[in-house]
Design a protein around this ligand. Structure first.
Ligand SMILES: Cc1ncc(COP(=O)(O)O)c(C=O)c1O
Length: 368
């Protein structure tokens, strides 16, 4: 069947995990596997990581967490999205950890506790500069007071999230860290301590922004991708995902032929145009056509013209492609490599948007 193919190299994921876990000074790693593990396959990636000793995961939605539990994952799972009251019982039933990010959220947990005699496990998220979810610093003492009043509340952690940890200028990240430390100080002075304190994502690890914490939430580095071009490539990580698509046809064209919508690509000589079955509806990064290329038989060939919804064309020049063969769109097949970072830089986007864009029609193949 002619579908794009996402080959997920679980052995590379395991090696990346090993490198990263050796670099966090004994702190615990929470593997961020939300959004289908950034497009890599949440169940298979989580199971591989759990086998290698990772025992903490985070996802965005309750559904994502339930999917991992149903697949047999035993580890801790934190749900990062805004608390939904209706999900508190589900969290308890599935031993999931919920995110509490306001006094209202905390009150919902307290009401549940008063009514049912049970509290879900939860982490408190503090707002320090993202202006997304989180307790304002001015609400910290009130919330700690409540945690002290209700001894059966199952609060296990406190955390915040950096907005700029992968940028060259880290002054805002330092400000965020200061604000987080202020929250910890208030809790400490009130006699409350948290089992887990976490602040760093991949950028935080690379830029050593994790002091005073004992857990890191790592996503993109695990998948062998660096979060931005401004960070130092400190570790030798391998891209976990190899994205390919089949050549379904080709045609001989003469010099001067216009290829694809808008006729933006004109052949410079008589050539062979291959038709690849993968388009922007499959998550192919559409703007990549301008500077883009694919690998085939160890050589790179230019993408010819605009990427269509379901197909794109490649200028194979003198090469006669074999129908049914695949071209490498990104990742590494062991010989050739087109990094996600290369594409992201060329089209001025974030590497996070590339692998998370993969869609249903893709066949995922997991390599151990
Ligand atoms: C709250 C939170 N923590 C951690 C991460 C992981 O970040 P990274 O992939 O940069 O490691 C994310 C990713 O979006 C996040 O939203």
């Amino acid at each position: 069947m002619n579908h794009p193919k996402a080959i997920v190299h679980l052995d590379r994921l395991a090696r990346n995990y090993k490198i990263l876990s050796n670099s966090v000074n004994g702190k615990r790693i929470m593997a961020v596997v939300k959004a289908n593990a950034y497009g890599h396959g949440a169940i298979e990636c989580s199971k591989t990581l759990e086998d290698k000793g990772c025992d903490f995961f985070s996802v965005f939605t309750v559904e994502e967490a339930k999917e991992l539990r149903s697949a047999g994952l035993k580890s801790d799972i934190l749900i990062l999205s805004k608390l939904e009251k209706e999900s508190i019982q589900t969290a308890i039933d599935n031993d999931l950890i919920v995110n509490i990010s306001s006094i209202d959220d905390l009150d919902s947990i307290i009401s549940f506790l008063e009514k049912n005699g049970l509290s879900p496990r939860f982490h408190m998220k503090i707002e320090t500069g993202m202006n997304r979810l989180g307790f304002d610093l001015s609400d910290i003492s009130l919330s700690i007071g409540k945690l002290l009043d209700y001894k059966n509340l199952n609060c296990e952690g406190i955390y915040t999230h950096y907005a700029t940890s992968d940028e060259g200028d880290l002054s805002y990240a330092h400000l965020q860290r200061k604000r987080f430390e202020q929250a910890l100080k208030i809790a400490n002075e009130m006699g409350y301590t948290f089992k887990y304190k976490h602040i760093s994502n991949s950028g935080g690890l690379l830029n050593e922004l994790s002091s005073n914490t004992n857990l890191l939430r790592l996503g993109i580095l695990l998948y062998g991708i660096y979060p931005s071009k401004e960070v130092e490539k400190k570790y030798v990580l391998e891209p976990v995902l190899e994205f390919k698509a089949p050549i379904v046809d080709y045609r001989k064209t003469q010099k001067g032929a216009m290829v694809s919508y808008g006729g933006l690509y004109t052949t410079k000589k008589d050539t062979t145009i291959g038709i690849i079955q993968c388009g922007f509806a499959d998550g192919f990064p559409r703007p990549w056509f301008e500077k883009g290329y694919v690998f085939y038989n160890g050589k790179s060939f230019k993408i010819a013209g605009r990427v269509c919804m379901d197909q794109f064309m490649v200028d194979f020049e003198n090469e006669i492609p074999k129908i049914g063969d695949e071209v490498l769109i990104y990742g590494s097949d062991g010989k050739d490599c087109i990094s996600v970072e290369t594409i992201a830089n060329a089209i001025n986007t974030s590497p996070y948007t590339i692998t998370t864009a993969l869609k249903k029609r893709t066949n995922w193949v997991f390599k151990k």
